[in-house]
Design a protein around this ligand. Structure first.
Ligand code: PNS
Length: 159
């Protein structure tokens, strides 16, 4: 059985993430969407909130599970016997950061392969940071996030 993980901070999950996750789920038999604690990034949503939003948004997909993790990505991948880390690549500025992480992860766990899925043109520019900013400025975010995330963001920023 081919098992993959798609990691990220998902603060919060966006339609851009969901596009990548759906396509990643066609590559493997089981995909674990892995929500990182990322405490150094001081996420706006707690780990529990981020996991719960992703679970709700992905509940219709049979071969996708969502779980939270702290610590090293490769240790989490090993816990699930995952052989693949599948990530999205958007604009060119993602590349250097992703390249560093991939090199480090393959040094730590040479048996785990990282695969990149290109974001489609319509979500190349989309990021959690951008939707948080739009929500904080009380802008309409309905075309960037699933309904449950839109509600959570509007609650968070009180609009
Ligand atoms: O959505 P993000 O914030 O770009 O995701 C980054 C993430 C969570 C994939 C990355 O920070 C990560 O893998 N964190 C776990 C800690 C780890 O394994 N670090 C070593 C590799 S950089």
């Amino acid at each position: 059985m081919k098992i993959g993980i798609t990691p990220g901070t998902f603060d919060p999950i966006t339609l851009g993430h969901i596009d990548i996750i759906k396509r990643a789920s066609h590559i493997v038999d089981k995909l674990i969407v892995s929500v990182a604690e990322s405490s150094s990034k001081s996420p706006v949503f707690s780990l529990e909130e981020r996991v719960s939003m992703a679970c709700e948004a992905l509940r219709d997909f049979e071969n996708i599970e969502v779980d939270g993790f702290g610590g090293l990505l490769v240790d989490f991948a090993k816990k699930y016997n995952a052989s693949y880390v599948i990530k999205g690549l958007r604009v060119i500025t993602d590349f250097e950061y992703e390249f560093q992480q991939t090199a480090l992860n393959s040094e730590l766990a040479p048996d785990i392969e990282t695969i990149f899925v290109m974001a489609p043109p319509q979500s190349m520019y989309l990021s959690s940071t951008m939707v948080r900013e739009l929500a904080s400025l009380h802008s309409d975010i309905s075309s960037f996030v699933p309904k449950n995330v839109e509600k959570a963001l509007n609650r968070k920023f009180n609009s």
